[in-house]
Ligand binder design. Structure first.
Ligand SMILES: Cc1cc2nc3c(=O)[nH]c(=O)nc-3n(C[C@H](O)[C@H](O)[C@H](O)COP(=O)(O)OP(=O)(O)OC[C@H]3O[C@@H](n4cnc5c(N)ncnc54)[C@H](O)[C@@H]3O)c2cc1C
Length: 752
């Protein structure tokens, strides 16, 4: 480093100063910061959202272009785990407007979302570089100058939220923080190194190239690496199919301080990227003659630096043992994904995905400072160990904490509390508030006394049976087949559709998960076999069970049997899925229980095994819309109509009361297939087919129904219908069309 640190006080001139006063100051507009700001603004707080770059979204911005992942990725059994709430709203909006996944349209989606909140004032290109403290140890204001305008802003507020990634505000305020890896024994983490050290997950410089339609020459710049000579290609690959874009593992070193040596890291990344591109263009191994760089990010995507310390530090066991917390406000589920510290030049495995049993819970106490009383933090500087961070760091997961903190800030203001006091006195109120705003809180049900729907009598035009009985194709039973189905109480038997070339014995094992939110085969409750006889076509074979199921679902494993074929359907039901057990050939996939390479992986298959469950127990009945859960937890928890014409559903649902109620708002939480992974890549469909598209809401006056709201072309999961204090004893939801699904699904209805 050539600069000399200036110790003595110097006289200097400053930009003109401006004072901004808000209820909540959010520094950093990564995805968690955006979700926090939107949530707080919707609850009526005035919010300053400050970002030192010109694009919103942090690593997910148009500038850096990282995909948003979450609890539904890189696992076997985190089914129906996609985050809901504001992050889902943003992703559904992007899917709708931008199925081609253009990064600049995505930026416009984020801009619209922020600018449409009138309580948010946005400060782009404003770098916070100063924190002023009060005598009582609280942050008084944060200060930053704005690129281009020669202005300096001082942001005052009672509450601050650090989403800078680097935890810059926390650091300047003197908040406790860590950087590097904990030792194995400190938190009993088997994935941690024996001794603590300063290493972190390295960063990556993203790039993209495009086919220009004519040959383009590339001359390696003098600063770039000659990749072939580095020896890296003995341990790392530059893929042939996707050479035109950066791979996450084109990483620098995690041994360098990612903040202090930021410029050195950028320079080394440039050497790497321009060197890799030289290899792609000039080695003759790639079909890249017509390709040219389209963009190279101006800054690397940073994976890890400071982690600020809260009242709880989330650690490996919290995640692998799926601990229940009284202050759970979010969830995660991505594997513990730890990268090789030496990045592209490492001789180690590129990374390890430590697979979990299912999703885990994120406590509120990971989101505020343990020693700076008015400081919240979200994003990668939240309070975790390095190992736990390997999982929490994906952006949809981080955003759940962001949204929770936005709501927490609202309650802090309402009751004049500091973040820790809120944990001690009003945590249940926070959780209930978050549920209303569509956050998933594992196991927490709607107990809102103001919700009139909870006391309504619910009826519906039809309901789906727990059965898929029409086969479209067959699947050879050459690998063990798993069938997960929901069960409410007792299960007498499940029948499956089978064709066998000869008489054989079919062995099956029935498991239930240990936790209601899980889908994994954990506890054996039945082990049995049935005889089946040779047949030319499919026959129904009954698998007798006669069990009481405590955890609301079973995982039926049917042992492989060559010569046997299972009838499969392309139809699907929420909570029902078929999987096959396949040997795992990848050393990067590791079992959390043993920390060894997984022997087998259960993978979802195309279609679902046809089945009939006895008894059905009204799994998809209309009353599910008021059972308190707005997504799968144990049961699927939704009303699902019988099969119908997607463009002409003719389905309806009524909510009625014995006496008139005064109604101001109705909230509908539609099925948006939480098992659908919203991809970063271009897709055909721009709306999730399960979502209700066209519907009317009516209310009854005497014998007559009047129209309250008519919605056409819906593509959102949560629909808020406002009413002007209407008095009625019956609301009617009439569904005319879905976005393609043959069934109408509604998770929850609330009425206020
Ligand atoms: C290459 C790469 C690939 C990844 N792949 C994935 C993936 O596939 N899926 C996934 O979900 N996650 C992925 N991650 C992880 C994820 O991107 C990060 O964990 C996440 O972005 C952290 O969010 P954040 O908001 O804390 O930080 P950031 O996303 O970095 O956002 C911080 C924001 O704060 C602003 N800021 C910083 N300092 C200041 C300041 N002083 N004043 C004002 N503003 C400031 C920044 O401009 C930025 O907008 C990846 C990360 C990297 C680096």
């Amino acid at each position: 480093m050539s600069g000399k640190k200036i110790e003595e006080k110097v006289r200097y001139m400053e930009f003109k100063q401006y004072r901004v006063d808000k209820d909540l100051i959010v520094i950093g507009a990564g995805m968690p910061g955006i979700c926090a700001a939107i949530q707080a603004a919707r609850l009526g707080l005035s919010v300053a959202l400050i970002n030192n770059r010109g694009y919103l979204g942090g690593n997910a911005s148009a500038e850096i272009g990282v995909s948003i992942d979450g609890a539904d990725g890189m696992q076997e059994f985190n089914l129906w785990a996609r985050e809901t709430g504001i992050i889902d709203e943003l992703r559904l909006e992007n899917l709708y407007r931008n199925p081609q996944k253009n990064r600049y349209i995505w930026d416009a989606v984020l801009m619209d979302a922020v600018l449409s909140e009138e309580n948010i004032e946005l400060f782009l290109n404003t770098n916070i570089d100063k924190v002023e403290m009060k005598a009582d140890g609280l942050i008084e204001y944060v200060s930053g100058s704005q690129l281009g305008s020669e202005k300096r802003f001082n942001f005052y507020g009672p509450l601050f939220l650090d989403d800078t990634g680097d935890g810059t505000v926390g650091y300047l305020a003197g908040a406790d923080y860590r950087m590097g890896r904990e030792s194995r024994h400190e938190f009993g983490e088997s994935a941690a190194p024996e001794e603590a050290d300063d290493c972190v997950l390295p960063s990556t410089l993203t790039f993209h190239a495009k086919d220009t339609g004519r040959p383009v020459r590339y001359i390696r710049p003098g600063f770039a690496l000659d990749i072939a000579k580095t020896g890296a290609l003995r341990y790392r690959t530059i893929p042939k199919e996707t050479f035109y874009r950066s791979q996450w593992y084109y990483e620098g070193s995690g041994r360098i301080n990612q903040i202090e040596n930021s410029e050195e890291i950028i320079r080394k990344h440039r050497e790497l990227v321009y060197g890799i591109w030289d290899y792609i263009k000039n080695s003759g191994e790639y079909d890249a003659a017509n390709y040219d760089f389209e963009y190279i990010a101006p800054v690397p995507g940073k994976r890890e630096s400071r982690r600020l310390m809260g009242d709880h530090i989330l650690s490996e066991k919290d995640i692998t043992e799926q601990k229940d917390f009284e202050d759970t406000v979010g969830h995660g589920g991505w594997s513990i994904d730890l990268h090789a510290v030496d990045g592209f030049f490492s001789r180690d495995l590129v990374n390890k995905h430590i697979y979990l049993k299912g999703i885990y819970q994120i406590p509120y106490r990971t989101g505020y400072s343990r020693n700076i009383s008015n400081l919240f933090f979200a994003g990668r500087c939240m309070s975790t160990t390095h190992v736990a961070f390997g999982s929490t760091r994906v952006m949809a997961t981080l955003s759940t904490l962001g949204q929770a903190l936005g709501a927490a800030a609202y309650l802090c203001k309402k009751y004049s509390l500091m973040p820790r006091d809120l944990y001690r006195s009003r945590i249940e109120e926070l959780r209930q508030l978050l549920l209303r705003h569509d956050q998933y809180i594992v196991g927490c049900r709607n107990e809102d006394p103001d919700d009139l729907a909870r006391s309504a009598v619910i009826t519906a035009s039809s309901e789906s049976r727990l059965s898929l009985a029409e086969a479209d194709f067959e699947q050879p039973l050459d690998k063990p087949l798993g069938l997960i189905i929901p069960v409410d109480g007792h299960l007498e038997s499940v029948s499956i559709m089978v064709r066998a070339a000869s008489d054989v014995t079919l062995e099956f094992t029935v498991y239930e998960p240990v936790k209601r939110e899980n889908y994994n085969p954990e506890r054996v409750i039945v082990k049995s076999s049935v005889e089946i006889y040779a047949s030319a076509g499919f026959t129904w074979v009954q698998l007798p069970m006669n069990v009481d199921v405590d955890r609301n679902k079973v995982f039926i494993e049917i042992a492989s049997r060559p010569g046997v074929y299972i009838g499969m359907t392309r139809d699907k039901l929420p909570g029902v899925i078929s999987m096959v057990k396949t040997p795992n050939g990848s050393p990067t996939l590791v079992d959390a229980a043993t920390m060894k390479m997984k022997e087998y992986i259960w993978r979802p298959v195309e279609g679902t095994a046809c089945f009939k469950a006895d008894p059905d127990n009204g799994i998809y009945g209309p009353a599910k819309v008021i059972n308190g859960y707005s997504r799968p937890y144990g049961l699927p928890n939704l009303w699902l109509s019988d099969k119908t014409d997607p463009d002409n559903c003719g389905e309806c649902m009524t909510l009625s009361w014995h006496v008139d109620k005064t109604i101001n708002e109705m909230i509908l939480y539609f099925d948006d297939d939480l098992n659908y992974r919203i991809s970063y890549w271009p897709v055909e469909n721009n709306v999730i087919p399960e979502l209700v598209r066209d519907y009317d809401v009516l209310y009854k006056i005497g014998d007559e129904y009047r129209l309250l709201e008519s919605v056409r072309g819906n593509y959102k999961r949560v629909n808020n219908i406002n009413a002007d204090s209407i008095k009625t004893n019956e609301l009617k939801l009439v569904i005319h069309a879905t976005n393609g699904s043959p069934r109408v699904g509604v998770y929850e209805i609330r009425v206020y």
